[in-house]
Design a binder for this molecule. Structure first.
Ligand SMILES: NC(=O)c1ccc[n+]([C@@H]2O[C@H](COP(=O)([O-])OP(=O)(O)OC[C@H]3O[C@@H](n4cnc5c(N)ncnc54)[C@H](OP(=O)(O)O)[C@@H]3O)[C@@H](O)[C@H]2O)c1
Length: 365
């Protein structure tokens, strides 16, 4: 199952809004066929593995990271393919929360006389499937936050200068992140100050929509974002009370303008729901401090990617990565779990997942 989970990861950035799934067929303690869901609309992992399996089904077992589907989606049901193969034992790591499956896949296999063992490596599979589950179960995308900051925790100087805090290798990793997510989101403060393009360079497996939180629709028409909006989508999220002329100007320049409630927090929540409704699974938030603070206050941050550069900025007016209100007590501060640490030239690249409860101690990877 661990090998199947490894195979599943190959679909990252390629299969969404579908889940990443891997599958292995084993006989007598050896793996005899493998497969993964490789791209959206492509064959499912079980079908891929079965296509590569030409031995006798007797004594073979199939290991799959997600409950096999039992409905006609873009491809026919995997339960039928497993049934036809004659394989009599199936190990499943995690149930599929997708309402059309949700236990029916396993029930259908059992009804066909297949022995099903559930919950093998369930925790690992739950981690792998977290973005997919968040979209389906919470109706919002998985939120990744990326921050490049100095050793003293600043993302810009007091005058707003932030280019470049981190080194070239860190920026390459950040571009790779952009290239696998559905949207890259920033606040109008960052868009105005930095005039970023927010595209992945070089391109990754998918093209992210660039989303700007901009209540009044004041994103400059001569910004790099607006000037490139006809090639790479830009969505400007404005307040319903924004000046219609500003909205029209952005629309005429090729941006999509989405309007939500005047209250910022309510608008942000509504926007995340809208992005999920469009099938967006992963959204990368690149700042600035106010936007990240709003997301933190609303408990909407799931994963943090921190590039810690060996710079020492200082200044109480220099920009911090997370503004907003913050908790009164440390007991209410979130934890970071599943830490991974890499050295990228002079920078430290630290990433982890946000937890509401204190995680059990674990070694760093
Ligand atoms: N080192 C890094 O990794 C990094 C990354 C990004 C930015 N930066 C730096 O950070 C600075 C900009 O950060 P910032 O905090 O001033 O600006 P910001 O967070 O990018 O934008 C804040 C603005 O976004 C709008 N907004 C709309 N909805 C919001 C919501 N729900 N929550 C919060 N804001 C919302 C508000 O303006 P309206 O009310 O007008 O909509 C608000 O003033 C720049 O100096 C930039 O260089 C550094």
């Amino acid at each position: 199952m661990l090998r199947a989970l490894e195979l599943a990861m190959r679909g990252e950035g390629r299969v969404e809004p579908n889940p990443m799934v891997g599958c292995v067929i084993a006989r007598g303690g050896s793996i005899v066929a493998e497969g993964q869901h490789g791209r959206f609309g492509g064959a499912h992992a079980e079908v891929e593995a079965l296509a590569r399996f030409d031995g006798s089904p007797a004594d073979a077992a199939l290991y799959v990271t997600l409950e096999p589907c039992c409905h006609h989606g873009k491809t026919p049901p995997c339960t039928d393919a497993i049934g036809r193969s004659g394989i009599g034992r199936v190990f499943v790591a995690h149930p599929d929360p997708y309402p059309e499956v949700a236990g029916r896949g396993v029930a259908k296999l059992r009804a066909m006389g297949v022995e099903v063992i559930e919950g093998v490596c369930r925790e690992e599979a739950a981690e792998l499937l977290a973005p997919y589950r968040t979209r389906i179960e919470k109706g919002r995308p998985w939120i990744l936050v990326k921050v490049a900051m100095s050793w003293d925790g600043k993302i810009a100087t007091r005058s707003g200068d932030s280019r470049w805090i981190s080194g070239e290798s860190s920026r390459a990793v950040a571009h790779a992140l952009r290239g696998r997510v559905d949207a890259v989101l920033v606040g109008i403060g960052t868009a105005e100050r930095d005039d970023p393009l927010l595209t992945a360079r070089p391109p990754g497996p998918r093209v992210a929509t660039r989303v700007i939180l901009d209540s009044q629709g004041r994103l400059p028409l001569d910004s790099r974002l607006v000037r490139s909006a006809r090639e790479t989508p830009v969505l400007v999220a404005v307040s319903e009370s924004a000046d219609p002329r500003a909205v029209d100007r952005l629309g005429d320049a090729g941006c999509e303008v989405w309007a939500g409630p005047a209250d910022r927090a309510a608008r942000l929540d509504r926007l995340l729901g809208e992005l999920a409704r469009r099938g967006m699974t992963n959204v990368l938030v690149e700042g600035g401090g106010h936007v990240i603070g709003s997301l933190r206050d609303a408990d909407r941050i799931d994963e943090v990617h921190l590039f810690l550069a060996p710079r020492w900025i200082g200044g109480s007016l220099a920009v911090s990565p997370v503004a907003g209100r913050g908790p009164d007590s440390l007991a209410d501060a979130a934890w970071i779990d599943r830490l991974a640490l890499e050295v990228l030239d002079d920078d430290l690249y630290v990433r982890g997942r946000v937890r509401r409860e204190r995680p059990s101690p674990q070694p760093t990877a």
